[in-house]
Design a protein around this ligand. Structure first.
Ligand SMILES: CC(C)(COP(=O)(O)OP(=O)(O)OC[C@H]1O[C@@H](n2cnc3c(N)ncnc32)[C@H](O)[C@@H]1OP(=O)(O)O)[C@@H](O)C(=O)NCCC(=O)NCCS
Length: 127
């Protein structure tokens, strides 16, 4: 399934926002949202390599709207770029609110992963 603004993306993960991951005011923690996006980007990036991958950078993160308990968070991923050892995955997170079927974009960002060998040094993706 693709999202309306990026036909090249796919819905990689879906998860319900639970009360254990809220801030003291009851909204979802930004760190929890980023963690979900990281997992989705990882699923997308690891398809390309046999090696272990690690995230080296998270860029251009914007939190557009809050996420509430009970929302279904959907992370859409799109492999934007591959380098010699790195892969950049654009992630757009949408929510389906509890009381509505409409999707709202809540967060976006770019996750850069590097393929590493047993010595933890970068290795070519096609290695
Ligand atoms: C990822 C890591 C192995 C990279 O080592 P490094 O010696 O800095 O690697 P290099 O400088 O050779 O860069 C490797 C690739 O990453 C890219 N890269 C490095 N830093 C980057 C940054 N800040 N932003 C975007 N890309 C970056 C380089 O452009 C290069 O890409 P390419 O080979 O496709 O051209 C090392 O920084 C590391 O182990 N970091 C910790 C990772 C981690 O623990 N993540 C959290 C848990 S998964």
């Amino acid at each position: 399934m693709t999202n309306p603004t990026d036909p090249l993306s796919e819905c990689t993960t879906k998860v319900i926002a639970m009360p254990a991951d809220t801030n003291p005011d009851g909204d979802m923690f930004g760190g929890w949202i980023l963690g979900q996006m990281d997992l989705a980007a990882y699923v997308c990036a690891r398809r390309l390599v046999k090696h272990k991958i690690v995230v080296v950078a998270i860029d251009n993160v914007v939190f557009h709207k809050p996420v509430f308990v009970g929302d279904c968070l959907e992370c859409y991923t799109h492999l934007e770029k591959t380098g010699r050892t790195s892969m950049t995955v654009k992630v757009e997170a949408y929510v389906e609110r509890r009381d509505s079927q409409e999707k709202e974009k809540v967060t976006e960002g770019r996750f850069v992963y590097v393929s590493i060998g047993a010595d933890r040094k970068p290795v070519p993706i096609q290695g």
